[in-house]
Ligand binder design. Sequence first.
Ligand code: TEU
Ligand code: CA
Length: 565
Amino acid sequence: MATSEWWQKAVIYQIYPKSFNDSNGDGIGDLPGITAKLDYLKALGVDALWISPIYASPQVDSGYDISNYRVIDPRFGTNEDLYRLITEAHTRNIKVIMDLVANHTSDQHVWFQQSRQSRNNYFSDFYIWRDPRPDGSAPSNWGSYFGGSAWEYEPMRKQYYLHYFAKEQPDLNWENPLVREAVYDLMRFWKAHGVDGWRMDVISGISKFTDFPDYPTPNNESFVVGALHANGPRLHEFLQEMNQEVLTPFAMMSVGEAPGSTAHNARQFVDHTRRELNMVFTFDHMDIDHDHNAPFPEKFHPLPFDLVKLKHSLSEWQNILFEHGWNTLYFENHDQPRVISRWGDDQQYRYQSATAFATVLHGLQGTPYVFEGEEIGMTNAYNFELADYNDIEVTNTAKMLGTAVTGLSATELLAAAHKISRDNARTPMQWDATANAGFTSGQPWLKMNANYATINVATDRQQTQSIFAYYQQLIQLRHNAEWVTAGKYQLLLATDPQLFAYTRTYHDHSWLIVANLSSANAATTALQQALGKQQCGQLLVQNYPARQTLAAPLQPYEALIAELK
Ligand code: TEU
Ligand code: CA
């Protein structure tokens, strides 16, 4: 597989627009706010921005519930503000990727407003409608990712509609060619305004098993979210059609979000000979701390960090996709907590652990995604009380406390939310030590992380130990070193509980990437043995500057990239 596409040498920066930069003091980040920070992003070195949804939306699920695909939500600005942002980004050689949320719309979208009214209008089959069972109950026991049934009754049609997420997010019926054409058309609309590509929300869910068979319920669960929610029978047919209709003719980059997919599924999406998507986000490596036997919602029963599992998962992806398809590389996004709080150390070794996780990720093959604030080592928000959360996953679970559905007490839910909730990533960006971190002159829409006076862009960039400067180095390396793009991956020390070590080999040369992902010293004896005759040569990147060879043990969260000779 050739490695000459722009996105194969690129680092992409994800912006969560509500929380990035507020230009007008209403407490909500906006498009002029992003434009004002383009020089900052250029200094970091990123090649493209992925902007989470900015379309008209009632914001039941933070913009992932779209009521009009062609209009920018006034909270974020106007369509003209976006066109200006795109022009300014392009001037700086930065591309713009938008979020395509096409598994579902908002229930306020005009398509749904029409669809729910009758069984025989133009929009009737835009969504997935089924008759009740004879006793009036929902057509099947399918559950919503956000809790409760995936079916909601609509009295006007005397039918249920399907919603994988909130009931205000009805699922579109991709079996209907009119729906598919409507989606392709809105993609063409944004292309005409300069958008360079798409991040596709829950793309693995667009094709349904249309008979919706009941899931088995060994523990008498009322609702189940299971494997049938993803990878339906016509998924790849739809993606190939979309590729031919839009992606290839308009040269748009694509990254699908594919929950419920294994590395083997992933190859079906991204094998370049199949002409579907350029790459997919999958969840294997993010799910290493999910306990699949825990009560609903599983994610609020996180397991401790397991480095061996992480290495196994990331390695599987590197190996299975090598020369067939392209990987995404990420530890953070708007649905995940901060990686140093989740798996590293966000206190004493904050600089070291932020740079160590960055090193192992950015040394891999694929396209790295940096989520806003990751480049300065932002942490989870421990100053949140349950009432401070905005994320529907937490608020829905909080409503179920004390019921049989969830095994959690309020104290346990709060502890879990501090560890794993999506709002940890969604607190406003910390620019400087002034009021509200320079994010807004007004009241921020979500509580600030209490640590912004010490953790912020201005402070980080003044320090010798600057996480931002370390990211700049990693990004430059990716731009300049062909082996980072094309080199073959090999894991070393698969079962070592402290070290994540691997080599990349390209044209008979090898490079070593190693990090001690623990807060204790780690001996290098086994590593040196694994390298055999190869010696550590020039160090290209390192977070403990004194090191010159591999002789001494690796210190807490020490990481480096070295040429081998
Ligand atoms: O997420 C899809 C998804 O699979 C979620 O269940 C995800 O795993 C969960 O948020 C993790 O806790 C996408 C978006 O990224 C998310 O923000 C949206 O809420 C969701 O789709 C619905 O659009
Ligand atoms: Ca604003």
